[in-house]
Write a new protein. Structure first.
Length: 51
């Protein structure tokens, strides 16, 4: 599920994507794709912050 900004019908700008597994991605989106500085937290709790 995506929550955040939209442009021209696609995820764009700051947002958050959550998978049913419990993993999340929070950061920048461009043209419907994850891009830029972000934070990813896996279903097991491991985290990554960076570009």
């Amino acid at each position: 599920m995506y929550e955040g900004e939209w442009r021209r019908g696609k995820d764009a700008g700051k947002g958050k994507f959550s998978w049913t597994s419990g993993a999340t991605f929070e950061g920048e989106f461009k043209g419907g794709r994850m891009e830029g500085f972000d934070t990813f937290i896996g279903a097991d709790g491991d985290a990554y912050c960076g570009s």
